[in-house]
Design a protein around this ligand. Structure first.
Ligand SMILES: [Zn+2]
Length: 215
């Protein structure tokens, strides 16, 4: 079990890694990690590129702020996922451009929005659920995310961005990056005829690399 100090440093490292490579912009995006007595989440109005480990928001199991700056207003997204995914070791939420663009396309499958273009996306993200648009702060969004999290590790919020859980913070970071890069591929190919992986290729992948193997 990692110490709280180590987890704080990892959140700062992952935030910087995502920001410096353009996966998040402005003060968008947030990261959380569960602790035995609550959880750590990135503060509101802060760039993921310049987090301070000592000022991360620490919430108790009831969601009340125990120490640090005010938490992101999107902390409820993370909470909804931890309620359903007890083995999650981290949640990363971004407003990454290509994933948001994919979430604006019509006629996508709400149970599996990401086209199966490469094995890596299927192995790292599993099936990606799509949650419809809700006004920011709408309590119904928390319920919709909790419902999707019952059966998915990776969720795409329409007109908003991805929320991805992983067994560890690194696993969640790799999965959300894979989702973003695959969304980019899907958009590159969007107006063309795509050949996706076949059902038997997917079954073969799941036998050798189950999608829940996120480490
Ligand atoms: Zn957001």
């Amino acid at each position: 079990m990692k110490t709280e100090a180590t987890l704080r440093d990892e959140i700062v490292e992952v935030g910087y890694a995502l920001f410096s490579r353009g996966y998040t912009h402005g003060s968008t995006g947030n990261i959380s990690v569960p602790l035995e007595d609550g959880w750590l989440v990135t503060p509101t109005g802060t760039s993921l590129g310049s987090l301070d480990p000592g000022r991360l928001s620490k919430l108790n199991l009831g969601g009340k702020l125990v120490s640090g700056d005010q938490p992101t207003k999107e902390a409820f997204l993370h909470r909804s996922i931890y309620e359903k995914r007890k083995s999650a070791g981290a949640v990363v939420h971004l407003h990454s451009t290509h994933s948001v663009a994919l979430s604006c396309l019509p006629n996508t499958d709400p149970q599996d929005v990401l086209p199966k273009l490469t094995p890596y996306a299927h192995m790292q993200c599993g099936r990606v659920a799509m949650v419809p648009y809700f006004r920011p702060g709408d309590a119904a969004l928390a319920e919709a995310v909790a419902l999707a999290a019952q059966s998915h590790w990776s969720i795409l919020l329409a007109h908003h961005g991805p929320v991805v859980a992983g067994k560890s913070l690194k696993a969640a970071m790799y999965a959300v990056e894979e989702l973003e890069e695959t969304a980019k591929l899907a958009l590159l190919l969007h107006s063309q005829i795509m050949e996706t992986l076949t059902k038997s290729q997917l079954n073969d992948l799941e036998q050798h690399f189950p999608p829940w193997r996120l480490d």
